[in-house]
Design a protein around this ligand. Structure first.
Ligand SMILES: Cc1cc2nc3c(=O)[nH]c(=O)nc-3n(C[C@H](O)[C@H](O)[C@H](O)COP(=O)(O)OP(=O)(O)OC[C@H]3O[C@@H](n4cnc5c(N)ncnc54)[C@H](O)[C@@H]3O)c2cc1C
Length: 398
């Protein structure tokens, strides 16, 4: 059987590895339009500031793939799937590639302001190595001092924190009333904000950008906010979430909505075509996190190999803020439905930036927000599982 995977992010890489782990005969080919072997996007902020080099970012060498008999075609983009004849068109070579099973792992793109300002240079998003190179070049060549990061999610905060190392003044603006609105409650978020402000990050919440302003050299000079205020900035980074990359699937007439619609075995509307990772929509949801890519890819690999996997039920949220000096782990989705009976077990010490809140529903851990130096492994291990409440209380206070 010939299995072709489009995209070599964590989803494409994981499914190739998982298939090979179980089976040494099938032909596996990965195709990616990026010029590098798999690298983790987590380290892009460190790469951007020069803390990590490109060779430290890329996980495996040519040899690694050769040894596992995984063919990798880099710098190649697929623009057509001929589903009837089961073949793919590679733009660069103008050739067609056959497949028996196809995996779409095309990831996502950064969400951008719908209005933008195409006339103005100096507005970027960070999604891949090429973006990081462009942003760094712009900083170095344009005497950048003030940076606005649009989006107070994990990535916006991590990026802002790292960019301080380049002696830049950083402002993070978030349209919601508080940072990390998807992961945190208001109280924990405000505590985190206080910590970030103590590290010289300016945080503006409940603030929306209305217009990007430019100067006579067609470079960004600032923004006009919806509240009428104008602020000066030399660089704007838009880190406002993701949009699944579904254009190829759409063109191939696979069922798509916000993402590529898949069933509980990660099959698209064509049973010989699977989709995994950021590009996927399952049960109306899109994940955009590494644990989901990993779980989906493992399961899809087993299904391709007819190993009877358990059906996919969605992935628990599991995210960490990776900045020096403070630990934050967010697990699950807090239940805000007041009809449902939940118990909150918490331990808060604002002076020490500690806030540990665990929500229990039907004796199971529904969600956990763990800010501060305490351990999180008990909660990661037991998320969604039945637990002893006394043990949870002990662990929350540990
Ligand atoms: C800076 C940054 C930090 C992050 N930090 C975290 C974190 O700490 N924790 C976490 O859980 N998640 C994090 N994420 C999100 C995480 O990286 C994504 O969830 C993950 O990369 C998704 O993997 P993927 O394989 O689905 O897609 P991607 O990583 O987007 O890879 C898809 C690949 O497919 C290629 N491709 C697309 N279309 C085609 C085509 N037609 N032909 C050929 N190739 C194509 C793309 O070029 C890309 O290389 C971060 C993301 C960024 C950008």
């Amino acid at each position: 059987m010939k299995i072709v995977i489009i995209g070599n992010g964590i989803a494409g890489q994981t499914i190739a590895e998982e298939i090979r782990k179980h089976n040494s005969n099938h032909e596996i080919a990965i195709i990616s339009k990026e010029p590098y072997h798999y690298y983790s996007r987590i380290f892009l902020p460190s790469f951007l500031i020069g803390e990590k080099s490109l060779d430290k970012l890329i996980l495996h060498s040519d040899e690694w793939y050769k040894k596992r008999n995984i063919a990798v075609k880099l710098n190649k983009q697929i623009d057509q799937i001929d589903r009837v004849n089961k073949k793919l068109h590679v733009i660069e070579d103008d050739t067609w590639l056959n497949y028996d099973k196809l995996v779409i792992a095309t990831g996502s793109n950064a969400r951008k302001l719908p209005f933008g300002n195409p006339e103005v240079n100096g507005v970027f998003t960070l999604r891949n190595v090429a973006d990081a190179d462009i942003i760094r070049k712009y900083i170095d060549e344009n005497n950048v001092k003030k940076v606005l990061i649009m989006g107070g999610g994990l990535l916006g905060i991590e990026l802002g924190f790292h960019l301080r190392d380049l002696q830049l003044n950083i402002t993070i603006c978030e349209i919601a009333p508080y940072l990390l609105p998807r992961q945190l409650d208001r109280g924990t978020s405000k505590l985190l904000q206080k910590y970030l402000e103590s590290k010289n990050l300016e945080i503006l919440c409940d603030v929306a950008v209305e217009k990007i302003l430019g100067n006579e050299n067609r470079k960004v000079s600032g923004v006009k906010l919806k509240n009428g205020m104008e602020r000066k900035f030399d660089l704007i980074l838009q880190q406002m979430g993701i949009i699944p990359e579904i254009s190829l699937a759409q063109k191939s007439k696979l069922q798509t909505e916000r993402g590529i619609v898949v069933n509980e075995y990660l099959q698209t509307s064509d049973p010989d075509i699977y989709a995994v990772g950021d590009c996927v929509q399952f049960n109306g949801k899109i994940w955009g996190i590494i644990p989901a890519s990993r779980e989906q890819s493992k399961l899809a690999a087993e299904h391709i190999l007819e190993l009877n996997p358990e059906p996919y039920q969605g992935t628990f949220w599991n995210t960490r803020l990776k900045i020096a000096g403070i630990k934050l782990t967010c697990l699950g989705t807090p239940n805000e439905d007041e009809e449902k009976e939940t118990t909150l077990i918490e331990s808060v010490n604002e002076e020490k930036y500690i806030c540990r809140k665990v929500q229990i529903e039907n004796n199971q851990i529904k969600s956990a927000i763990l800010l501060g130096p305490g351990k999180d492994n008990f909660f990661v291990k037991n998320l969604g599982k039945k637990v002893d409440l006394d043990e949870v209380k002990r662990k929350v206070n540990e």
